[in-house]
Write a protein that binds this ligand. Structure first.
Ligand SMILES: NC(=O)C1=CN([C@@H]2O[C@H](COP(=O)(O)OP(=O)(O)OC[C@H]3O[C@@H](n4cnc5c(N)ncnc54)[C@H](O)[C@@H]3O)[C@@H](O)[C@H]2O)C=CC1
Ligand SMILES: CC(=O)C(=O)O
Length: 365
């Protein structure tokens, strides 16, 4: 093999004897490469821009799906996975890192003590219990998730006091109220994806009935992310045409096409249709969460149905968290829209608020 003979200037290389080189030509290449590389990489005084740092707390099904979408959409330059199961979080981080060459060279780390989450721009919270049982009620796990958040949130807030906090853990509205209160976080930078997901399911259900893609349908669901969510039929447009012009009594008692049934099956029972088989839902919520992150990072001003404290809006007089259309920019929510609701919609919203208030009052904090 003529490999050794091809080596240039062999004797000029210090630190390596000719004998060693003859034995290990790869050592030569390594030394040579490193010195050339160091010569090429001259450190400059330019500030080192580390890019957006996002912490995902909880690396169960929802958390890890969010991580993968964040990376695929190139939204996080630094991603920290926080979970009480340290080995698991580390293994998930390593699995993602193994695919680094297919994404944009992010830094991905894992921890179980919050240290690595320091100075995150956005913290996405998915730690908690899952709804189970026949009705898969989100409200049934309220105390369990609150107890977990009590041990986790102060630490995360202390590490990243200026972050935007996006709460996913269920029941998401009450957990957001609890975190806002416990950690004294501003309602504009601590909120939940809330009915952004319900609105997506709503658009999908309507689009399916019409034989159109979801993106041809606009419309909001407001109120609780759960059983008392309110479809705002007056906001629904299909290809720009208000659905109410075509079906004037849509969602009402005279609605012969039974759109309320479509809402119940597709939205309020939408999650259960998936989780009664899989045991959980993960894809749609992760897409919704990452859509919110993208709206924040792009300072987009997009309007999304997100959950935050709505005291003083739409006749709600108590501090409850529920979803209304919100304008999203880089610091979080900048405006909350008061929708002109029909009497039925307004009553349904107040019912949703009262129900959440009742559960909030029963929470042992
Ligand atoms: N808001 C929404 O639209 C949706 C909310 N969810 C909720 O998201 C949450 C997560 O769901 P999954 O990922 O399916 O659950 P999961 O059980 O797969 O994951 C939960 C993770 O939290 C971690 N965890 C538990 N206690 C912890 C602690 N003290 N400190 C740090 N980590 C801890 C667990 O180790 C686990 O990795 C649930 O509350 C679920 O109901 C799920 C789907 C939609
Ligand atoms: C579990 C849940 O909250 C959802 O998929 O909507």
């Amino acid at each position: 093999m003529c490999f050794r003979r091809k080596l240039p200037n062999v004797r000029a290389v210090k630190h390596i004897s000719y004998a060693t080189l003859q034995k290990h030509p790869l050592n030569y290449l390594k030394q040579r490469f490193q010195s050339n590389f160091n010569r090429l990489l001259k450190k400059t005084d330019a500030p080192n821009s580390s890019g957006t740092k996002i912490t995902v707390a909880g690396c169960g099904q929802v958390g890890i799906t969010i991580c993968s979408f964040l990376l695929m959409r190139n939204l996080a330059k630094q991603l920290v996975i926080y979970d009480v199961r340290h080995d698991w979080a580390q293994a998930e981080a390593l699995d993602l890192l193994h695919g680094s060459c297919f994404i944009n060279n992010p830094t991905i780390t894992a921890c179980n003590d919050g240290s690595k989450t320091k100075d995150s721009n956005i913290v996405i919270v998915t730690v908690g219990a899952r709804p189970s049982g026949k009705d898969r009620s989100r409200l049934a796990i309220v105390q369990k998730t609150a107890d977990i958040l009590k041990s986790v949130m102060p630490l995360l807030v202390k590490q990243s006091p200026n972050a935007v906090f996006l709460i996913i853990s269920n029941p998401a509205d009450i957990m957001t109220w609890y975190v806002q209160k416990m950690c004294k976080l501003d309602k504009f930078r601590c909120f939940t994806t809330g009915c952004h997901l319900d609105s997506a399911r709503f658009r999908y259900a309507i689009a399916q009935r019409m034989g159109l893609p979801s993106r041809s349908v606009e419309g909001y669901v407001i109120g609780e992310h759960g059983a008392s969510a309110v479809p705002v039929w007056s906001t629904v447009t299909v290809a720009g045409v208000p659905l109410m012009r075509v079906v004037p009594d849509i969602g009402g008692s005279e609605d012969k096409e039974n759109w309320t049934d479509l809402f119940n099956k597709g939205v309020t029972k939408g999650a259960a249709a998936v989780s009664s088989v899989k045991g959980y839902t993960n894809w749609a919520v992760a897409l919704a969460a990452v859509d919110v992150v993208s709206a924040i990072l792009n300072n987009s001003g997009r309007v999304m149905s997100l959950g935050t404290d709505v005291c003083g809006l739409n006749c709600i007089e108590d501090h409850v968290v529920l979803s209304l259309p919100c304008v999203v920019k880089s610091n979080g929510i900048t405006h909350i829209l008061q929708l002109p609701l029909t009497d039925t919609e307004q009553q349904q919203l107040l019912k949703s608020a009262n129900m959440l208030l009742e559960v909030q009052c029963g929470l042992k904090v």
